[in-house]
Design a protein around this ligand. Structure first.
Ligand code: ITT
Length: 196
């Protein structure tokens, strides 16, 4: 069975393709199918937004769709930017701009604890759905470090590894990341679903 990835984020597409192909799930991007739907993320939780995206792309593509909604939740910012991670600071900012804004808003803050959260939703053309969540605990670094990954990776420090996500290989990140964990849980649920 082929699945369409309900995301426009190239960083996510790369990671989701790498993890899902290892798990034996065949995926295509919306671009490969000529599908271009912009879904308004009106949900208050990662899970709600992931489901909105999965259902919209499933309807447009006529294929089962897997969506990811994720973000960085910082304790000192009351869990923010959270579901607003992609929109932090408004439309004009890119990944580097949002990261710089985060460091600015954390200036002088000694409580650096944060976690990445990921909700995966899968919608099937027959109306069935599957969901999974994953989380990775860490801290907001004091300055960007490393070149890999995307988004807030350069400032997300994993203390046990003494590295930011950007300083890890793709494999190292996938092993412990919110997205890796959510997708592995998802693939177990998918296997059970497909057996029925
Ligand atoms: P789609 O909705 O098209 O999937 P998006 O980038 O808008 O793409 P989200 O609404 O889920 O996705 O926003 C998540 C944001 O959180 C994303 O833009 C990143 O800035 C950040 N983020 C999520 N996972 C991340 C990761 O593994 N590393 C770094 N930043 C991440």
């Amino acid at each position: 069975m082929k699945f369409v990835l309900a995301t426009h984020n190239p960083g996510k597409i790369q990671e989701m393709q790498a993890i899902l192909s290892q798990l034996g799930v065949e995926v295509v991007s919306p671009a490969e199918l000529g599908v271009d739907v912009d879904v308004e993320e009106t949900g208050e939780t990662f899970a709600e937004n992931a489901m909105l995206k999965a259902k919209a792309i499933c309807a447009a593509a006529g294929l089962p769709a897997i969506a990811d909604d994720s973000g960085l939740c910082v304790d000192a910012l009351n869990g923010g930017p959270g579901v607003y991670s992609a929109r932090y600071g408004g439309e004009g900012l890119d990944d580097a701009g949002r990261t710089a804004l985060l460091l600015q808003n954390m200036r002088g803050q000694t409580t650096r604890a944060a976690h990445f959260a990921c909700a995966i939703a899968c919608a099937f053309p027959n109306g069935d759905t599957l969901t999974a969540e994953g989380r990775c605990d860490g801290a907001v670094a004091f300055a960007p470090m490393g070149q890999g990954g995307f988004g807030y990776d350069p400032v997300f420090l994993v203390p046990e590894k003494a590295k930011t996500f950007s300083q890890m290989t793709a494999e190292e990140k996938n092993e412990i990341s919110h997205r890796g964990r959510a997708l592995r849980t998802f693939s177990e649920k998918l296997a059970t679903y497909l057996k029925r």
